[in-house]
Design a protein around this ligand. Structure first.
Ligand code: GDP
Ligand code: MN
Length: 381
């Protein structure tokens, strides 16, 4: 789960990092109201709260000196489309006087199999851009989880950033705090870009980007509450109640695909797309689905307005083919299977599954993925 900047900054503040005073609002009126109650004073930076970087370049970040300027600029940011993300929430944060910008993050590096610190003296710029144009300006240091952040690591990086004196001390303390945040909140990414030396030589987190390990969200009541409050596709939410993963795909597509495993879903999407058709949505059943749950999954997938057919691809391991077939039968009995269903399964209890399927109206069994794609194209949707 990715956190919006305001939520990331709340965590930063809890973790003892310095952030400027800020409030958010879902409208200009609410923002002004919250600025007054929150005691946020001008000049402030208005920042679009969308889950994408490069907001500055896109016009989603504006400094304003007073209320008149805010009233002029804020309405233009609300509703803005930044790389496909519509702005519904705006932050007003007291402006910092930036002297120098750095990049700092802690990530879970799967190659190193450990948390890893990434630091660059070139801050405020996409780390991908720096990696391409100035790889020599990126410093990566794996952190041994039993040891944590060493002073010599902090000093080494501070030197690379040309930090001295008190700033260097602040950096060492900050590095330990951000690492502690990373561990205690089960993060996979904790990024400050830019981290800036500001007025009074204070190190301040100007921007924040945090990704929480999805499997760990429920361990953190605060993050769980945040997650539940996020706008979500209604079918994604419904699917989640059954422990399915639903992902809307191409709005112009008309084929719904259901499988047990993301790799199988992706290969279905690839084959269907290669055959010139489009997938509107996919659903991952996970492991061990029962007939009742399969029937619900069929209902969810065929309630997608664009879906004209449902393609099901199952590897029968823990999930048994007869349960899946039973689920489709149940879906038909309940009136959920309103459109053609093409199904392929392989594995545990396949023959029992085939027996259940035989004679089910509107259901076509196929003996392979390619055969399934051929059947789909025959439907001429
Ligand atoms: P991003 O464009 O989505 O990464 O958003 P950032 O929060 O990183 O802001 C982009 C740029 O705006 C930063 O690199 C800064 O140069 C500038 N910026 C953001 N906040 C402030 C601020 O408080 N004071 C000043 N002077 N510049 C800021
Ligand atoms: Mn940034």
């Amino acid at each position: 789960m990715d956190l919006a900047e305001y939520k990331a900054k709340e965590l930063f503040a809890q973790g003892g990092l310095t952030v400027k005073k800020f409030v958010c609002g879902d409208s200009v009126e609410e923002l002004l109201e919250n600025m007054k109650t929150g005691g946020v004073s001008y000049p402030v930076v208005l920042k679009a709260q969308v889950l994408t970087g490069g907001r500055g370049k896109a016009g989603g970040i504006k400094i304003v000196e007073n209320e008149a300027e805010l009233l002029e600029k804020a309405p233009k940011i609300f509703g803005m489309d930044i790389k496909g993300h519509i702005v519904h929430k705006l932050m007003a944060i007291e402006a910092a006087d930036i002297k120098r910008e750095f990049y700092l993050s802690v990530i879970l590096d799967r190659k190193e199999k450990s948390p890893t610190i990434i630091f660059s003296p070139a801050g405020g710029i996409d780390i991908e851009t720096t990696a391409k144009e100035h790889p020599e300006l990126i410093f990566k240091i794996p952190v041994h989880p039993f040891v944590g952040v060493n002073d010599y690591t902090a000093n080494y990086l501070a030197d690379k950033g040309g930090m001295t004196g008190d700033v260097k001390k602040q950096f060492a303390a900050l590095l330990k705090k951000i690492y502690a945040l990373f561990i205690s909140n089960d993060l996979t990414l904790c990024e400050i870009n830019p981290l800036a030396i500001c007025e009074n030589d204070e190190l301040i987190a100007i921007d924040g980007k945090i990704t929480v390990d999805d499997s760990a969200v429920k361990r953190h009541p605060d993050l769980q509450a945040y997650s539940e409050a996020q706008p979500m596709h209604p079918l994604t939410r419904e699917a989640r109640d059954f422990n399915f993963l639903y992902i809307p795909c191409d709005d112009t597509g008309n084929i719904a695909v259901m499988s047990n495993g993301s790799g199988m879903l992706m290969s279905c999407i690839d084959l269907i797309t290669k055959a010139g058709m489009k997938v509107c949505s996919v659903l991952d059943l996970g492991g061990g689905a029962t007939a009742e749950r399969i029937a619900e999954a069929v209902r969810i997938m065929l309630s997608v307005p664009q879906s004209k057919a449902l393609f099901i691809n199952i590897f029968g391991g823990i999930t048994r083919c007869d349960e899946v077939a039973g689920g489709i039968k149940l879906a038909i009995e309940k009136g959920h299977a309103t459109r053609p269903v093409i199904i392929r399964f392989e594995g545990t209890n396949k023959s029992a599954g085939l027996e259940i399927l035989s004679g089910l109206e509107g259901v076509t069994y196929v003996d392979g993925l390619r055969e399934g794609v051929v059947e789909l194209s025959k439907l001429d949707l």
